[in-house]
Design a protein around this ligand. Structure first.
Ligand SMILES: [Zn+2]
Ligand SMILES: [Zn+2]
Length: 302
């Protein structure tokens, strides 16, 4: 996990990995969803319907519905018993095969997660704040690639859309796990600005907008998450981090405990900050624009 992944050859592609359609409990058809995201300027999408028996175990494949300019990753939100509140687990599995088998009767979340990973998925622990997940919960899913640092539907419908505190707590245990922002859109609310879509996304660095290239870059951690600001380049060299970005008012590097480096200024587009206080441990970068919208780098180890 290197921050320099954001500068690898290629460009950034915008996508949302967490969406529900009428194939499970969403309010719009896969075709309508594809058009809506394409019209918003997204390059890729995963329609991640709830993989539950009551929805006939859908692995929604909307490839036929995809308009020009939008590619689809096959995936689902998979569920198994039980987290520490005796509720179903919610795990986002992007890159599942079409014939992914329903859970076995006695399959728990750890086993289901391992099966998703064995079949090639990029696996994310969904909405930790909405679910009230504990550190013991995350220990049951040790190989997850990421945890949601922002889930837009949980913010809109439950005022619990965050995940930063949980991500940091996991990093403090020595775990290597990335951040992910998603919509989890169900299209229950479509009026702007309250809509449950278009509020959290990823920007993936890849040479081509193909399912194979996007999935590989996600697994490598070659992406950032955002609600607004954009990273342009981020380079670690000589004990410093050099950042260029869209105009923001705060550039912050966070680490263990209360470790922080930051710079403030109206509409800044670049900064150079020292990394020495993070040496030998983790760090991550957050951009905050004048509206309070944030972008999150993945963690790295200076
Ligand atoms: Zn969920
Ligand atoms: Zn969901």
């Amino acid at each position: 996990m290197s921050i320099n992944h954001l500068n690898k050859p290629g460009r950034f592609w915008k996508g949302n990995l967490h969406t529900h359609s009428t194939k499970s409990d969403g309010c719009m058809s896969p075709a309508e969803i594809c058009t809506a995201y394409r019209d918003e300027g997204y390059h890729f999408l995963c329609i991640s319907d709830h993989f539950l028996e009551r929805f006939n175990w859908p692995i929604t494949d909307a490839t036929q519905d995809a308009p020009d300019g939008l590619i689809l990753l096959r995936g689902a939100e998979v569920h198994a018993p039980a987290n520490s509140h005796d509720e179903l687990w919610h795990l986002l599995a992007v890159g599942l095969p079409a014939g992914f088998a329903p859970p076995l009767a006695d399959e728990d979340a750890s086993q289901l997660a391992r099966r998703c990973l064995a079949e090639g998925a990029f696996l994310t622990i969904a909405h930790p704040e909405w679910s009230g997940l504990t550190l013991d919960d995350a220990a049951a899913i040790p190989e997850a690639h990421a945890v949601e640092v922002y889930n837009h539907t949980s913010a809109v419908h439950a005022a619990r859309g965050g995940g930063s505190y949980y991500l940091d707590a996991l990093l403090n245990t020595g775990r290597r796990i990335n951040a992910l922002a998603s919509d989890d859109a169900h299209f229950n609310i479509v009026e702007r600005p309250m809509a449950d879509a278009f509020g959290g996304w990823v920007m993936v660095r890849a040479e081509a907008n193909t399912p194979v290239a996007i999935l590989a870059a996600l697994k490598e951690g070659a992406y950032y998450s955002s609600r607004g600001p954009d990273f342009e380049t981020v380079r670690q060299s000589g004990g410093f981090l050099e950042i260029s970005c869209s105009p923001v008012d705060h550039i912050t590097i966070l680490g263990r405990g209360s470790r922080v480096e930051r710079i403030h200024g109206k509409g800044m587009t670049d900064a150079k900050l020292p990394l020495d206080r993070f040496n030998g441990d983790w760090a991550r970068v957050v951009l905050t624009d004048t509206n309070g919208a944030q972008a999150w780098s993945n963690p790295f180890w200076p």
